[in-house]
Design a binder for this molecule. Structure first.
Ligand SMILES: Cc1cc2nc3c(=O)[nH]c(=O)nc-3n(C[C@H](O)[C@H](O)[C@H](O)COP(=O)(O)OP(=O)(O)OC[C@H]3O[C@@H](n4cnc5c(N)ncnc54)[C@H](O)[C@@H]3O)c2cc1C
Length: 657
């Protein structure tokens, strides 16, 4: 990485400062198919006896964290693992429904490592780093073997091979699944591996402990400040390296398909300590979610993308047509995805399907309350396959839909609408998954990773497990080979400062004693983000959002009401700290979206579209990763660009037509 250097301010309204370009320097300069092997070979090893002298903190025990903790524990390192739930099994990963990709080519339908690599780069709208994506595709094959060996009950065909289905943006079947509960089954696999290491005492598990600060000593990540969420005790923990596997930040939008607890605090605190935050504005809006039903909702529900294998999406041709969907004849229906994108049909990538749904609703052809919905119809599939087959594939999703909406999807089409689902942005990492702070590694959804401007379905589980089981355990050795590093204890000035900062913040939140609840602020922030930094962004809207977010942040710190005290289980206090960080993140997301005056993947700028309304990229100006450096309290952030070079995939305007 080149050294940071402020050059000049570019933006007319001075929202940011431009710093020097950066680059990944860890991917070996050999042909792409040999890079990972070469990196593993060149990375120094640590002999088993020395591993016992080295320690690693892992924050997060979802798929990315649990797999890393289990693997590093098994390798013999001393691992301390933290999560804020009462069990690693409650991580948000458990919610993943549809499946996990791997280039096994069991279907013999033309899949390969190269095709998965190609699909992912193209699906991400040419905004991901080639080396990392190629490695992800390579490692995908090993993940399935590892999980099968753990006993993960993937669906099988009658002949015994693992079954596959298709997800959006691809024309092969490479998604492995366990009904609609793939995340749960994979997490149980990772959890049992983790439990084994806990029993073997290589991993010390701390549940209900929330990381509130990173401790950086002599430029290296050396520890964390943690709040015991039951007693309010503030603790420090130290290690030779720190790994953040803390998931995504979609809840900045308040309403999303993420678990309500998902937040940005761990990565944001690391960002404030020097870790660059990459592509914060890249958010995935998932096309098939149950529409918002009212003001009092705190969460949205996903209907897995796998449903698009057999369900057909449509709206009435006329906005005036308010008949029961079953009474609307074929010629009065518009299967708009099949019409506009005949080669991919209902399986276009998520960003495209979401925008198309928004467009038909904006035209006044949406269905259901408020006209914010489109039909996902299984009538054809029921006629073709029969109810038992549909039930076997999607039964749990159908019953979830029925429970939430009170409608029977076997009888009448589901109503769906796009919702915030995943964040492609996250902490910037190099090929080794190391952040811009030495000794800080970031895995899973928490890093900016391999998905560019749009993640393909079933690729998050693949990436989280690739990072945790295979990539990190190989690359972190190279760093730890220089350890153990000088011992740090709680009296070290860096630790004392970090603890004081945590206490001061908690005291401040508890002492404002204002009139508004944390949730009311969060809701208002979320609405701003959705309206101006959601499915469609414009220069004018983003500037408006930035002004209002800054005002709202001030109001938060002068008028929020957090009841109770620190020395107890205090969920209002937990939420207040997270929302405070969401304000800062929201601001950076809008600045990032403002600077990127192109449309790409999930980032659709109204000013940059083709005549037929498709996203228009600008590769000359924007073929880079935006890596933001924290500029200081109330100071402008600094933008470092990592230019993206495509040697193996030709950059072209995406087409799914
Ligand atoms: C409804 C839904 C369905 C999905 N289905 C699929 C699918 O079918 N296929 C697919 O590939 N992807 C799917 N995804 C995406 C995928 O589930 C996630 O991207 C992935 O599980 C994230 O895993 P993770 O380990 O990175 O983070 P998480 O599972 O979110 O884990 C984060 C961990 O970090 C801990 N943590 C966070 N902050 C702190 C802190 N400050 N202190 C201490 N601990 C902290 C948490 O306690 C938790 O243990 C789905 C997502 C949703 C919302």
């Amino acid at each position: 990485m080149t050294n940071f250097e402020v050059t000049h301010s570019l933006d007319a309204n001075s929202f940011y400062i431009e710093g020097a370009d950066i680059a990944d320097t860890k991917a070996p300069q050999v042909p792409i198919e040999r890079r990972w092997e070469e990196r593993r070979f060149r990375a120094r090893l640590v002999n088993p006896a020395n591993r016992r002298k080295l320690s690693v903190i892992i924050v997060g025990s979802g798929l990315a964290g649990a797999s890393a903790a289990a693997t590093l524990g098994e390798a013999g390192y001393n691992v301390a693992c933290f999560c804020y739930q009462d069990s690693p099994r409650r991580a948000h990963s458990i919610a993943a429904q549809g499946g996990i990709n791997a280039a096994k080519n069991y279907r013999n339908d033309g899949d390969s490592v190269y095709r998965l690599f190609y699909d992912t780069v193209k699906g991400g709208d040419f905004r991901a780093r080639e080396s990392n994506v190629y490695r992800l595709a390579e490692v995908s094959v090993e993940i399935i073997d590892q999980c099968v060996a753990q006993g993960v009950p993937f669906a099988r065909e009658y002949g015994g091979l693992l079954d596959n289905r298709s997800f959006g943006g691809v024309q092969v079947s490479r998604t492995f699944y366990a009904r609609g509960q793939t995340g749960q089954q994979l997490l149980i696999g990772a959890y049992q591996a983790l439990e084994r290491q806990i029993a073997a005492e290589t991993v010390e598990m701390h549940t209900r402990h929330e990381m509130l600060e990173l401790i950086v000593v002599d430029g290296r990540a050396r520890g964390v400040v943690i709040r015991d969420m039951v007693t309010g005790g503030i603790e420090t923990h130290f290690a030779d390296a720190v790994v953040l596997a803390t998931g995504g930040y979609g809840n900045v939008f308040y309403l999303s398909t993420n678990a309500v607890g998902c937040n940005v605090t761990a990565t944001w605190r690391a960002h404030r300590k020097g870790a660059y935050f990459a592509n914060p504005c890249y958010t995935q809006i998932h096309p098939t979610c149950i529409p918002v039903s009212g003001e009092h909702q705190s969460k949205l529900t996903l209907m897995s993308e796998s449903l698009r294998n057999d369900g057909r999406i449509w709206v009435p041709k006329s906005g005036e047509d308010k008949r029961d969907p079953r009474e609307i004849s074929e010629q009065d229906r518009d299967y708009y995805l099949e019409r506009i994108y005949p080669s991919f049909g209902n399986l276009v990538p998520r960003d495209i399907a979401s925008r198309a749904a928004k467009n038909v609703c904006d035209e006044g052809r949406g269905v259901g309350p408020g006209g914010l919905g489109v039909y996902l119809d299984f009538a054809d599939a029921m006629a073709r396959l029969g109810r038992p087959a549909v039930e076997a594939k999607y039964g749990n999703l159908f019953s979830m839909y029925a429970q939430i909406t009170g409608e029977d999807p076997y009888q009448t089409p589901m109503r769906i609408y796009p919702a915030v689902h995943y964040t492609m942005g996250g902490l910037w990492v190099d090929y080794d998954l190391e952040a811009s702070i030495p000794g800080l590694y970031v895995t899973g959804e928490a890093n900016f990773s391999d998905h560019g401007a749009n993640r393909l379905g079933a690729s998050a589980l693949m990436q989280g497990l690739a990072d945790g089981y295979f990539v990190l355990p190989s690359t972190i050795n190279d760093y730890l080979a220089d350890g153990p590093f000088p011992k740090v204890d709680p009296s070290h000035p860096a630790a004392v400062d970090a603890v004081e900062a945590v206490r001061a913040r908690i005291d401040k939140l508890l002492s404002v004693n204002g009139s508004r609840t944390v949730d009311s602020f969060h809701k208002e922030l979320g609405r701003l983000m959705w309206d101006y930094c959601g499915m469609e962004r414009s220069e004018e809207g983003l500037r408006k959002a930035l002004t209002r977010i800054r005002e709202l942040k001030k109001e938060f710190w002068s008028d929020v009401r957090v009841l109770g005290m620190n020395e107890e289980l205090n969920q209002a206090l937990e939420r207040a700290g997270r929302v405070a960080d969401f304000f800062e993140l929201g601001e950076l997301m809008c600045i990032d979206a403002l600077v990127r005056r192109e449309s790409c993947g999930g980032h659709f700028r109204v000013e940059s579209q083709t005549p037929d309304g498709e996203a228009l990229r600008d590769d000359d100006e924007f073929a880079y990763v935006s890596a933001w450096e924290f500029g200081g309290e109330d100071r402008r952030p600094i933008l470092h660009k990592e230019p993206l070079l495509y040697e193996y995939v030709e950059m072209k305007q995406r087409s799914y037509k």
